[in-house]
Write a protein that binds this ligand. Structure first.
Ligand code: F6P
Length: 346
């Protein structure tokens, strides 16, 4: 028997830990494993490679993915789905483990629903916005990177009496902003789900200064739309073009926000965009352990032919959920989490 593994979408710390765990458990059970190069692209173009014990040795702490990734959507390519099905059969694959977020797993769910494709999923994304699981792996590392950056910005903000705006990732949701903002003691946190106005954000900063604090830290999620008391909302993107899954490329809201804050409050303001630093490097111990548990469960799903299922975390337990459920809608930051953040505004 032979299984393929692919990693799709943005890379994420912990991908290699999943690859190692899936491969180890399947080898133990007498299966062979092929790495599919660059996500769904590898099944469209027929680029697969053997994953033996040597390939997975020493990869647990390594960031990125040893088999590469891409944002390829076979449903958007002429003959893409046929190529996936053909190459899957030609390589004598019996199962596929898809490691990805809403887009990659959305393709997996559709292939399973429409073609009975034997696929199981593992929830990956630093954004933590996938339903059906409490946490995706990679999120903890991103939050750690952002918190460390906020800590460093605190000391320089304090020395110069400046407002520091920190722009973090999170395409549709503010999980990274809220968690790192709470952990780093941010004075204002702006996220897409709870659009506080620019005017209110500036009032919080002014209120803080009025009680003797001469510096402020503002964390803004890249997907936050600049929102004004008038009701106007403005999305800031790098380019209007959409990718194969219909997403714009975010980036730049921090810059615009810092200009607004400086103009409206009169306080000197600087911006730091953390960007892909959040996705790079070695996973935290928590992400290594979570990724390993997910990988073992995904292999068990393969061994029991539980197609269309995804490994998920509920509380402290690893459970299975259907790919349909996991990809039906995004998991946004609930109001009670934002309340925790807001308790420390101003
Ligand atoms: O979905 C993960 C993510 O890191 C988002 O937070 C971000 O908007 C996007 O990927 C960036 O993608 P790319 O690597 O294509 O610039």
């Amino acid at each position: 028997m032979r299984a393929g593994i692919l990693t799709g979408g943005g890379d994420c710390p912990g991908l290699n830990a999943v690859i190692r765990a899936v491969t180890r458990r399947l080898h133990t059970n007498g299966w062979n494993v092929s790495g599919v190069r660059a996500g769904w692209r590898g099944l469209v173009d027929n680029r697969l490679e053997e994953l033996g014990p040597r390939e997975i040795s020493g990869i647990l702490p390594r960031g990125g993915t040893i088999i590469g990734t891409s944002r390829t959507n076979p449903f958007k390519l002429d003959g893409g789905v046929d190529a996936v099905l053909r190459n899957f059969a030609d390589n004598s694959l019996d199962a596929l483990v898809a490691i990805g977020g809403e887009d990659t797993l959305g393709v997996a769910a559709r292939l399973h629903a429409e073609h009975g494709f034997p696929v199981v999923g593992v929830p990956k994304t630093i954004d933590n916005d996938l339903s059906g699981t409490d946490y995706t792996f990679g999120f903890d590392t991103a939050v750690w990177v952002c918190t460390e950056a906020i800590d460093r910005l605190h000391t320089t903000a304090e020395s110069h009496n400046r407002v520091m705006v920190v722009e973090v990732m999170g395409r549709h949701t503010g999980w990274i902003a809220v968690m790192s903002g709470i952990a780093g003691g941010a004075d204002v946190i702006l996220i897409p789900e709870h659009p506080v106005t620019v005017e209110d954000a500036c009032s919080e900063i002014t209120r803080r200064h009025a009680r003797g604090k001469d510096f402020s830290i503002v964390v803004v999620s890249e997907g936050y739309e600049l929102t004004y008391a008038s009701g106007e909302q403005r999305q800031v993107t790098q380019e209007a073009a959409l990718d194969a899954f219909g997403h714009v490329r975010f980036g730049g809201v921090g810059d615009e926000l810092s200009r607004e804050i400086e103009e409206r409050t009169g306080y000197e303001t600087r911006v730091t965009v953390l960007g892909h630093v959040q996705r790079g490097g070695s996973p935290t111990p928590r992400d290594r352990v979570l990724a390993t548990r997910y990988g073992l469960r995904a292999a068990d799903l393969v061994l029991s032919s539980s197609w269309g299922q995804m490994a998920a975390l509920r509380g402290d337990a690893i459970v299975d959920v259907s790919l349909q459920e996991a990809t039906a809608e995004l998991k946004t930051v609930p109001p009670d989490w934002y309340d925790v953040a807001q308790a420390f505004f101003g």
